[in-house]
Design a protein around this ligand. Structure first.
Ligand SMILES: Nc1ncnc2c1ncn2[C@@H]1O[C@H](COP(=O)(O)OP(=O)(O)O)[C@@H](O)[C@H]1O
Ligand SMILES: [Mg+2]
Length: 1078
C-alpha cells in the first residue's frame, strides 16, 4: 500500500516545546526546564528556529535506525519532531535541489557529542544520497576515513573517552544529481603535546594502545615493540584501559578501514613503524656528563633503544646520537655548534616525538584526501561538516586552549553574522518591516586576539621573533602594555589598575572575557608552543633516514633546501587556517548543531542544571532565540499554514480555492487575532508572539476532535454502506450461482427424464420395428415354408407315381390284421369258464381294441347264457319264465320281492287230489289247477281274516272254504280288472273286479298270503294267456277298493301292527281301511 501522506507537524505530540522560539516566557530557567523535560523524555534534540540543540544522552537511543532515516527523508524541517536527520535532510535537499553549498557547523564543548553528530550527519547523507557500486565505494571511503582519523587524532580525556584532539572540517562533494563524488578533509591544530605527556586520568592517542594490544606477535617483533604498556614512558599507565573500549578490536577496525580508504600494505606498515619509533623515542634517557668547560653535557643512558629506532627508521645511529647532543645554529654563513644539556636533550627528544607524530597525522589526512578526492573535474556541490573542538575552560589553560577558544570565538562570530544576516534577509525577502535587534557581537573579542597590529597573536609572534631573551613573562608584559585598556582583557600587571586587587588572577596569567565566559590563561609555554621549535640537527637527521615516510615528513631537513627564514609560528599558522575556514564557511549556507553536555560524569539520565546553564550562556542560545524572536517568533509558508489551520474557518474548510495567502488572510480575520500579532510576508505568515500560535494550536486541537467525530461518523457510515454493498453484491453473486446451480439441476433432471422418455420411445419404436420385421420375417419364412411345401407337394405329386404310394396303408392294414389275429388267438387260450356268473375276463392288449374287447365279452356272455339255457327242461323253462315275469313285475317295486326269489314257485301247495277232504272240490274242477293255496280273506266289513282256499285255473279264480272245500266264489279271469298291493314287505293284496259282473256284487276281494309274488305273477300270466290282456297290477300304499256301493281307501301304515310280522287289518270307517304292516 502506498504510504499514506499524513501532514504532521513539529507541533504534534510536543514534549515541552520543540522549538525554543515558542517558549513562553522566555528566560534561562524556562529554557533549561524545557531542555530538561525533553531530555527526560528522550527528546535530545530541540530547535531554535533552524538551529538544532543536541543534548548528549550518553547512551544509545533507538532513533537512528534505517526506518527513522526513511521517516525523515524528504520531509519538511518542521514536519516531524526535532532531529539531527531533519537538519541533515534539509541541508542535503537544499544542496541537491537548490544548488546551495552547505556547511554544517557543530559546536559544543568537549564530550558534548559533536563528533557523534558529525558522524550521524554523514551517515544520514550517505543513506539518502544516490546508490550504485561506484557511489557506494566513495561513501564507504568517506565513512571509513573516520575510524582512521579517530585512532590517530582522538584520545581519552577526563571529559570524553573518545575526545577529538584536532579540529576537522570535511567537505563532501556531490555531483548535480546529489551523488557523492569524494571529499576533502582539513585538520586543525592537533594537540601534539599529548604525545609526550598526558594530564592525570587521560591517555595518549588511541593508536598507541591499539597497536600494542591488537598487533600480532610477529608484527610487534618487526616493530621491535613489547606488548606491555608499562615499558613505554610516553604512555600514562593510570588509565591505560578504558571501560567499554576494546583496543585490540579497534586496531583491527582501523587496519580494515585503512585498507578500504586505500592505504597500501607498505604504507600502513610505515605508519606503524613511525608510531613505534615515537614510542621508543620516549624511552631514550639522558644523563649529564661533565665537560672540561664546566658545563654539563647530556649523554644517552642506554643506547639499545636508540639502536632499535635507527634500525626501524634506517637512520645512521651516530647521526641521531649527535643530533641529541649538539645544536647547530646557522646565521649568515656561520655555523655555530653547541652541546645540549640534559634538559635541552629531553626537550629535543620530545620535540622530535611531537613533530614526528603531528606530521604523521597531517600526512595521514593528506593521504586520505588523495584517496577520497573526487575523480572528475565537473562542477561540484559541497557540503562541509565542521567538527571542531569546543570551547575549553580548564583549571590550567595554556596556548592550546587559547587557540581553541579563539577558533570558537570566530565560529560564534560567523554564527551571529550568518544568523542575523539570514534573518534580516528573510524580512527583506518577505517584505516585512525590519526591526533592529540588540545582541552581543563578539567581534571585539576576535579583534583582541587576531588584530594584525595589536592582537594577542600578533604580540606573541612579535615576541617570538624578537632578538634577545624572550620569555613568557616578557610576552605577558607586552600584553599588559598593549591590551590593558581592552574591555575583555584582564591581567594583574596591566596598567589599568582595575585588576590589581583581584587575587583570583595570578601574576603569570591573563584573562580574556570570551563570549562564553572568562578564561584565565597561564602564560607559561606560550612562546615555546608558538615557536614550535625543532632543532635543525634533528630534522636533518630525520631527512637522512632511509625510511621513505620519515624522510618525506621532514622536507626541511634537506640541506639543499636550507631555509634560514623562520618557519611560520603555530599561532599565525592557525590564524591563517581559521581565516581560510571562515572564508570558506561564509560562502556556504550554514546549518547549526549546538551540542550540550548534560553532566560531567559521561553518565546517562543525569541532567546537571548548572552545567547546562553555563553552556547555554556561552553558546549564546538565549540570545539566539531572542534574535530569532526579535521580529516574529514564528513563521510559516502560507500553504502549510493554511493546510494546518484551515479547519478553523468555514470559508477555508475543507477546501480553499483561491491562493494560499488569501486563505490565510481570511482565516486570521475570522479568528480575530489582534493585527499587531501577525504580518503577511510574500510567502510566509509571521506570527509575533508564541502565545498566538499556541492559541491557534489549541483551537485546532479542539476543532480536530470535532472533526474526528465527523470523520468517524462518515467513516462508519461509509464502512456500513460498503459492507452493505458488498453483502448485496455477494448476495447477488450467491443468488446467481444458486440459480445457476438449481437451473443446472433442473436441466439435468429434465435432460435425464427426456433421455428416459426418449429411450422408452426409442425402445418402443425399436420393438415395434422389430416386431414388424419379425412378422415380415415370419411371413417370409411362412411364404418360404408354404412355397417349400407347395413345391414339395407338387414335386411329390409329380413323383408319386414313381413311389409305392400305398405301401404304408397296406403295411398298416397288414400289421393291424396280424395284431387282431394274434389277439384272437390269444383270446382262445384265455377264455374264462362257461358259468354265466363268472365275472373274469382277460385284460385288453391294445387300446384300439377296447370296444371290440367289450363287445366280445358281451357276446361271449350271451353265448354262455344261451348255452346254459339250452340245458334247461320245458318245466324248468317255465319256472324260469315265471320267475322272470315276477322279476319284471316286482323287482324294485315291492319290498317283498327279494325274499321271493329264492322260493321255488310250487303252485299247488294244497294237494287237493291227495287229500280226501277235498274230493268233492276236486271233482268240481275239471280244469288244471295252477294255484292251490290257503290265503286269508279279509272281511270287508271289519277287516278280520278268514282262511280260504285260493284256486286259480286257466279260466277262473276260485275261493273255497278250507274245512269243507266248498266253493264259495268263482270269478272268471275276464272279470278281474286289477290287482293292487302295497310296496311294503307284506303279503296283503286286493283283487278288483269288473263292475257289474256277477262276482262283483259283494265287491272286490282283499287277501293276505305268504306267496303273494307267486300268486300275482301266475294270475298275470294266466290272464294274459287266456284273455290276451295284460292284467293291471297297481303297487301303491293307498288305493281304492269297491265294497258293494262303497269306495273304500286301503291305507298301509308301517310298523304299527300288534302281533309280529302278520299284518293287521282294521276297518276304520266307510271310506278307510287301515293295514298295519311291519
Ligand atoms: N547522539 C548520541 N547518542 C548516544 N551517545 C552519544 C551521542 N552523542 C555523543 N554520545 C556519547 O558521548 C561521547 C562523546 O561524544 P563526542 O561526539 O565524542 O563528543 P565531542 O566530539 O563533542 O567531544 C561519545 O563517545 C558517545 O558515547
Ligand atoms: Mg569530538
Amino acid at each position: 500500500m502506498a504510504k499514506m501522506e499524513v501532514k504532521t507537524s513539529l507541533l504534534d505530540n510536543m514534549i515541552g516545546v520543540g522549538d525554543m522560539v515558542l517558549l513562553e516566557p522566555l528566560n534561562e530557567e524556562s529554557f533549561i526546564d524545557n531542555l530538561k523535560k525533553r531530555f527526560d523524555h528522550n527528546e535530545i534534540y530541540t530547535y531554535i528556529g533552524s538551529v538544532v540543540i543536541s543534548v548528549n544522552p550518553y547512551r544509545s537511543l533507538p532513533i537512528y535506525s534505517p526506518e527513522k532515516v526513511e521517516d525523515y527523508r524528504n520531509r519538511n524541517f518542521y514536519e516531524l519532531s526535532p532531529h539531527i536527520f531533519a537538519l541533515s535532510d534539509e541541508a542535503y535537499r537544499s544542496l541537491r535541489d537548490q544548488d546551495k553549498d552547505q556547511c554544517i557547523l557543530i559546536t559544543g564543548e568537549s564530550g558534548a557529542g559533536k563528533t557523534e553528530a558529525s558522524k550521524l550527519v554523514m551517515s544520514y547523507v550517505a543513506a539518502v544520497c544516490g546508490k550504485g557500486a561506484e557511489v557506494n565505494q566513495v561513501k564507504e571511503q568517506l565513512l571509513q576515513s573516520n575510524p582512521v582519523l579517530e585512532a590517530f587524532g582522538n584520545a581519552k580525556t577526563v571529559r570524553n573517552d573518545n575526545s577529538s584532539r584536532f579540529g576537522k572540517y570535511m567537505d563532501i562533494e556531490f555531483d548535480f544529481k546529489g551523488d557523492p563524488l569524494g571529499g576533502v578533509i582539513s585538520n586543525y591544530l592537533l594537540e601534539k603535546s599529548r604525545v609526550v605527556k598526558q594530564p592525570r586520568g587521560e591517555r595518549n592517542f588511541h593508536i598507541f594502545y591499539q597497536l600494542l594490544s591488537g598487533a600480532s606477535e610477529d608484527l610487534l617483533n618487526k616493530l621491535r615493540l613489547e606488548r606491555d604498556f608499562s615499558r613505554y614512558n610516553y604512555l600514562s599507565l593510570d588509565s591505560a584501559k578504558v571501560n567499554g573500549v576494546d583496543d585490540a578490536a579497534n586496531f583491527r577496525t582501523v587496519r580494515n578501514a585503512m585498507q578500504i580508504v586505500g592505504f597500501m600494505d607498505h604504507e600502513a606498515q610505515s605508519v606503524l613503524e613511525v608510531i613505534a619509533a615515537v614510542l621508543k623515542l620516549g624511552n631514550i634517557e639522558f644523563k649529564p656528563e661533565s665537560r672540561v668547560n664546566g658545563l654539563d653535557e647530556s649523554k644517552i643512558k642506554d643506547k639499545n633503544e636508540l639502536k632499535e629506532i635507527c634500525e626501524l627508521t634506517g637512520i645512521d645511529q651516530s647521526v641521531l646520537e649527535r643530533a641529541f647532543s649538539f645544536r647547530t645554529v646557522e646565521a649568515k654563513q656561520e655555523k655555530v655548534s653547541t652541546t645540549l644539556n640534559v634538559a635541552q636533550a629531553y626537550y629535543a627528544r620530545d620535540a622530535l616525538a611531537k613533530n614526528l607524530y603531528s606530521r604523521l597525522f597531517s600526512w595521514l589526512v593528506n593521504r586520505i584526501n588523495e584517496s577520497i578526492k573526487a575523480q572528475t573535474k565537473v562542477r561540484k556541490k559541497v557540503m562541509g561538516v565542521l567538527d571542531i573542538y569546543g570551547f575549553e575552560i580548564f583549571e590550567d589553560n595554556s596556548f592550546e586552549q587559547f587557540i581553541i577558544n579563539y577558533c570558537n570565538e570566530k565560529l560564534q562570530q560567523i554564527f551571529i553574522e550568518l544568523t542575523l544576516k539570514e534573518e534580516q534577509e528573510e524580512y527583506i525577502r518577505e517584505d516585512i518591516e525590519w526591526t533592529h535587534i540588540d545582541y552581543f557581537n563578539n567581534a571585539v573579542i576576535c579583534d583582541l586576539i587576531e588584530n594584525n597590529t595589536n592582537g594577542i597573536l600578533a604580540m606573541l609572534d612579535e615576541e617570538c621573533l624578537r632578538p634577545g631573551t624572550v620569555t613568557d613573562e616578557t610576552f605577558l608584559e607586552k600584553l599588559n602594555q598593549v591590551c590593558a585598556t581592552h574591555q575583555h582583557f584582564e591581567s594583574r600587571m596591566s596598567k589599568c589598575s582595575r585588576f590589581l586587587n583581584d587575587t583570583s588572577l595570578p601574576h603569570s596569567c591573563f584573562r580574556i572575557q570570551h563570549y562564553a565566559g572568562k578564561v584565565m590563561y597561564q602564560v607559561e609555554g606560550f612562546v615555546d608552543k608558538n615557536n614550535d621549535l625543532l632543532y635543525r640537527d634533528l630534522s636533518q637527521a630525520m631527512w637522512k633516514a632511509s625510511h621513505s615516510l620519515i624522510k618525506a615528513l621532514f622536507p626541511e631537513g634537506n640541506p639543499a633546501k636550507i631555509n634560514l627564514k623562520r618557519p611560520p609560528t603555530a599561532g599565525s599558522q592557525f590564524k591563517a587556517s581559521v581565516a581560510t575556514l571562515m572564508k570558506n564557511l561564509q560562502t556556504k549556507n550554514p546549518n547549526y548543531i549546538r551540542c550540550i553536555k548534560p553532566n560531567d560524569k559521561k553518565a546517562a539520565h543525569i541532567f546537571n542544571d548548572a552545567l547546562v546553564c553555563h553552556q547555554i550562556r556561552y553558546l549564546g542560545l538565549l540570545e539566539n532565540v531572542r534574535v530569532r524572536r526579535a521580529g516574529y517568533a514564528f513563521r510559516q509558508a502560507y500553504e502549510p499554514c493554511l493546510e494546518r489551520y484551515k479547519m478553523l474557518c468555514k470559508q477555508t474548510w475543507p477546501h480553499w480555492k483561491g491562493p494560499a495567502r488569501a486563505g490565510v488572510e481570511v482565516l486570521f480575520n475570522e479568528l480575530e487575532f489582534p493585527v499587531e500579532e501577525y504580518s503577511f510576508g510574500r510567502s510566509k505568515i509571521f506570527i509575533r508572539n508564541p502565545r498566538t500560535l499556541f492559541k491557534l494550536e489549541d483551537l485546532r486541537k479542539r476543532r480536530l476532535e470535532d472533526l474526528a467525530t465527523l470523520i468517524q461518523k462518515i467513516f462508519r457510515g461509509w464502512k456500513c454502506r460498503t459492507h452493505f454493498l458488498l453483502m448485496k453484491k455477494s448476495q447477488v453473486v450467491i443468488a446467481a450461482w444458486y440459480r445457476r446451480y438449481s437451473q443446472q439441476k433442473k436441466y439435468q433432471q429434465i435432460k435425464s427424464s427426456a433421455i428416459v422418455i426418449q429411450s422408452f420411445i426409442r425402445g418402443w419404436k425399436a420393438r415395434k420395428i422389430l416386431r414388424e420385421l419379425k412378422h415380415e420375417k415370419r411371413c417370409q419364412e411362412a411364404v418360404t415354408t408354404i412355397a417349400a411345401f407347395w413345391h414339395g407337394t407338387q414335386v411329390r405329386r409329380e413323383y408319386r407315381k414313381f413311389f409305392r404310394a400305398n405301401a404304408g396303408k397296406k403295411i398298416y392294414e397288414f400289421t393291424l390284421q396280424r395284431i387282431v389275429q394274434k389277439y384272437f388267438l390269444e383270446m382262445k387260450n384265455k377264455m374264462p369258464s362257461l358259468s354265466p356268473i363268472d365275472k373274469n375276463w382277460p385284460a385288453r392288449p391294445y387300446l384300439f381294441l377296447d370296444s371290440t374287447h367289450k363287445e366280445l365279452k358281451r357276446i361271449f356272455h350271451l353265448w354262455r347264457c344261451k348255452k346254459y339255457r339250452d340245458q334247461f327242461t320245458d318245466q324248468r323253462k317255465l319256472i324260469y319264465e315265471e320267475k322272470l315275469e315276477a322279476s319284471e313285475l316286482f323287482k324294485d317295486k315291492k319290498a317283498l320281492y327279494p325274499s321271493s326269489v329264492s322260493q321255488p314257485f310250487q303252485g299247488a301247495y294244497l294237494e287237493i287230489s291227495k287229500d280226501p277232504k277235498y274230493k268233492k272240490l276236486k271233482d268240481a274242477i275239471e280244469e288244471k289247477i295252477i294255484i292251490a293255496e290257503v290265503v286269508n280273506k279279509i272281511n270287508r266289513a271289519n277287516g278280520k281274516c278268514a282262511s280260504r282256499i285260493f284256486l286259480l285255473t286257466n279260466n277262473n279264480l276260485l275261493l273255497a272254504d278250507q274245512k269243507s272245500g266248498h266253493i264259495k266264489s268263482e270269478v272268471p279271469l275276464g272279470d278281474v280288472t286289477k290287482v293292487s298291493m302295497s310296496s311294503q314287505n307284506d303279503g296283503f293284496f286286493a283283487v278288483h273286479l269288473k263292475e257289474g259282473s256277477g262276482a262283483a256284487s259283494k265287491g272286490d276281494f282283499l287277501f293276505s298270503s305268504d306267496h303273494l309274488i307267486e300268486m300275482a305273477t301266475k294270475l298275470y300270466r294266466t290272464t294274459l294267456s287266456q284273455t290276451k290282456q295284460k292284467l293291471n297290477i297297481e303297487i301303491s300304499d293307498e288305493f281304492l277298493v269297491q265294497f258293494r256301493q262303497d269306495k273304500v281307501c286301503v291305507k298301509f301304515i308301517q310298523g304299527n301292527q300288534k302281533n309280529g310280522s302278520v299284518p293287521t287289518c282294521k276297518r276304520k270307517n266307510n271310506r278307510l281301511l287301515e293295514v298295519a304292516v311291519p
